[in-house]
Each structure stands twice: as C-alpha cells, then as structure tokens.
Design a protein around this ligand. Structure first.
Ligand SMILES: Nc1ncnc2c1ncn2[C@@H]1O[C@H](COP(=O)(O)OP(=O)(O)OP(=O)(O)O)[C@@H](O)[C@H]1O
Ligand code: SF4
Ligand SMILES: [Mg+2]
Length: 384
C-alpha cells in the first residue's frame, strides 16, 4: 500500500480486498495493490459537466441530479457516496440514459465519453441507436440485483453471445464466453445454465462478465454487492478490483459502504440532495473531511473495520427534492449553518490551496464569509 493511502488505510476493511492485509503495490491480490497511484493527469474517460436530470411526477418536478460534474480517469476507481435518495443511481442512469421511469430526462450539461478510438463524444447528443451501441460496448454496467437484468428464458451463454453479436464481436464468441466465465471464477459450463440455476454470487459474476465482455473503457457499478451475502460481497469486490486492475478499465463505483471506498477507490465524490458537496482523493478526504456533511457521514461510521451502510450522525434526513431547501441544501441539518447558507448555494471551492486535493461546497471555506484563515476542522466524535 502506498504511503498516500495510509490515512484511509486506518479504515482498512476486512470485507474488501487488501483490507486486512494492507498489501503493497505489486502484490498479487487485493485492491490496494491495484491502486498504483493513477497519475493525476491521466486521461479522462468520462466527464460529467453540470449535468441536470429531471423527473416530472404527479407531485411536481424533481431534480435528482442538479448540476453534477465529475470525472473518471483512465485506470481510476472513483466512488460516489451519499445517503439513500441523494441521487447516486440517477447520476449513473443519466450517463447511459437508462432510467427506471419514463418521466426522467437529462435536461442539461454534457456527458463526455472517450471511446476506445480516442474520440470524445457527448452522450447527450447521441440518438437511441448510437447510444445503444455505446451501452455494453464502451460502458459496462453492473447493477445491484443481477437477477433483474439476466434474462430468465435464455442461458447465460446465449445472453453473452447476443451481447457480443450486437456489438459486432460475435466471431469466436464461444471461446470468448469461456474466457470471460473463467476470468470471473466460474466454470465455462455455466454458459449452459439459466439465471435461476445460479446463486446470487454466481449471477453477479455473470453480471461482471457481461459488463467486461466487450472490453469497455469504463464500468459503472451501482451497489454491485449490496444484494449479496456478506461473505460473497468480499469475493465479488475482490474479483471486480482484480479485473479492473488487470484490464485497466476505469470504474465508477456507487456504494453505501465507506469501508469499501477507503480501500477500493482512488477518488471520491460525496453527493447530497442532487448535488456534489465534496470531492477529492480518498485518502485526503477521509483524513480531513472539509464539508460538514462529509464529516457527518464519516462520523456515522464509528469504525470502518465494520462493513455497514452509511449512517449519518447528523439529525434529519435527505430533503424531499420536490421542494429542496433554499441556498445550501444541507442547511436545515448543518450544525454550522449561517444566515447566508439559507439564501445562497455555496460554490465548490478548493479543499486546499490549489485544486489537487479536490473541492468542497461550503460557505465556511469562503474567507469573505467567515474571515480569512478560518477552516473547518473535522470535529468528529468518533471518526476513524
Ligand atoms: N422511479 C422514480 N420515480 C420518481 N422519482 C424517482 C425515481 N427514482 C428516484 N427518484 C427520485 O430521485 C431521487 C434520487 O434517487 P436515487 O435512486 O438516485 O437515489 P440513490 O442515491 O441512488 O439512493 P439509494 O442509496 O437508496 O440507492 C429520489 O430521492 C427520488 O426523489
Ligand atoms: S454552506 Fe452553510 S449550511 Fe451548508 S454545509 Fe456549509 S456551513 Fe453548513
Ligand atoms: Mg441507488
């Protein structure tokens, strides 16, 4: 494990690869070994710029994604965290315009994807056919519940074959399918089975095989292990991390588990009520959370050694997005709220001098508001 990762490593997580052992670069197994310090200048594979997604429902207009910008660079694992209902899944769905409801639309911003040929395209401008060609080919997606997207009436092999064929990769499909299944730790014989003949862990391995089948540059994984047994979660994460490292694919990982983020991710974005409130390199952000919401998130995790979902130590809950709070959306729950917080939304400001350590959106970081030199200290009661 690199020195830079040391701060986060205090939360080393036995449930994830590299967690207990703090393995170093070059060692055979584990996510920490994968984290071969991705150069800061690595090429962005995915860039979201000011993305807005709206859902028009019976109760009114909801913006679950409200001006979200984030970058995933080649070979990087980027985490997206936040409480339930903060807009993480809707952000992921926005990338591929695959929403659980027809009422959802991406209405603003750019979604820039660098394809395997080096071309950068704004996915927002693509028509349905072009977008279908990108899905599964250039972006692999892993869902929370693999059984929900495995077709119950087709064998695993037939589904993978159809996927390869749809993207013009049908030649030699049998050999490729056997290779994929072996890569994810399954017998090639699984190709002849149906989803109902597989365990949850096996289904998710097939899901990973499917996401990687066309050798995409980017994989988006939304809570990929939440539906699995705790012991299987670690295996599946270890597998995903090894494949991510071996194949150099970039990974956008949505998870509730901050222990997983500490070990697996290079960079993390914290989302609250449809907006990014803080982002930065994982080790620095975990060691010195600047935004009061991030501080609350981390304080809720009494011990990162215990795998458990996010429990915020701050009173209240994510607001109803039909009528979000004015100004800083966190102000009704924030222990540091000031009059300006209710009036104006704070801009994302560098967490430190220069932008290398990420950004945080809080008026407390604005010297013009609180006086030069004032910084937010973590103030955690039980932080890691
Ligand atoms: N099918 C839907 N119909 C209408 N609104 C929805 C739908 N799905 C999500 N929303 C709205 O979008 C908001 C964000 O939902 P999203 O699923 O992105 O949250 P999340 O951060 O992924 O939460 P979780 O951690 O529980 O998965 C919700 O609070 C809700 O207001
Ligand atoms: S802007 Fe104000 S309300 Fe929002 S997190 Fe900062 S101090 Fe709290
Ligand atoms: Mg979700």
């Amino acid at each position: 494990m690199s020195g830079r990762r040391g701060a986060a490593a205090r939360g080393a997580h036995p449930g994830v690869p590299g967690g207990a052992g703090n393995r170093g670069v070059g060692e055979p197994e584990g996510v920490a070994a994968r984290a071969t310090d991705v150069p800061l200048g690595a090429t962005p594979v995915l860039e979201l710029r000011d993305v807005v997604t709206e859902i028009r429902g019976v109760r009114g207009l909801v913006r679950p994604v409200d001006g979200v910008s984030l970058t995933v660079r080649a070979g990087q694992v980027v985490g997206l965290v936040g409480e339930s209902g903060s807009g993480k899944s809707m952000t992921a769905f926005s990338v591929m315009r695959l929403f659980p409801t027809k009422a959802a639309r991406v209405t603003g911003g750019e979604i820039l994807l660098r394809g395997g040929d080096g071309r950068v395209r704004d996915l927002r401008t693509l028509g349905p056919d072009a977008l279908r060609a990108v899905r599964g080919r250039e972006i692999g997606m892993i869902f929370q519940d693999p059984a929900s997207y495995l077709n119950p009436v087709l064998t695993v092999g037939r589904q993978l074959e159809q996927q390869l064929q749809a993207h013009g990769l049908g030649q030699g499909a049998d050999a490729r399918i056997a290779e994929l299944l072996t890569d994810v730790g399954l017998s090639p014989e699984v190709a002849r089975r149906y989803a109902h003949e597989l365990s949850g862990g096996q289904c998710q391995r097939v899901g990973i095989a499917s996401a990687l089948a066309c050798r995409p540059a980017l994989v988006v994984a939304d809570e990929p292990t939440t539906a699995l047994d705790v012991t299987i979660q670690a295996q599946v994460l270890r597998l995903l991390a090894r494949l991510q490292r071996d194949q150099g694919v970039a990974l956008l990982l949505i998870t509730h588990d901050l222990g997983v983020v500490a070990e697996v991710c290079d960079h993390v974005y914290v989302m609250y009520a449809g907006r990014i409130v803080e982002e930065g390199p994982v080790e620095d952000l975990f060691a010195r959370p600047r935004h009061p919401y991030t501080q609350g998130l981390l304080a809720g995790v009494l011990d990162l050694l215990e795998p458990k979902p996010i429990r915020v130590s701050i009173e209240g809950s994510v607001p109803d997005l039909v009528r979000p709070p004015s100004g800083c959306r966190f102000h009704p729950r924030c222990p540091h709220a000031m009059p300006i917080c209710e009036r104006e939304a704070p801009p994302l400001l560098p967490r430190d001098e220069g932008a290398a350590l990420g950004h945080s959106a809080c008026w407390l970081h604005d010297p013009g508001v609180v006086g030069a030199g004032v910084t937010v200290e973590p103030g955690r009661e039980d932080g890691p």
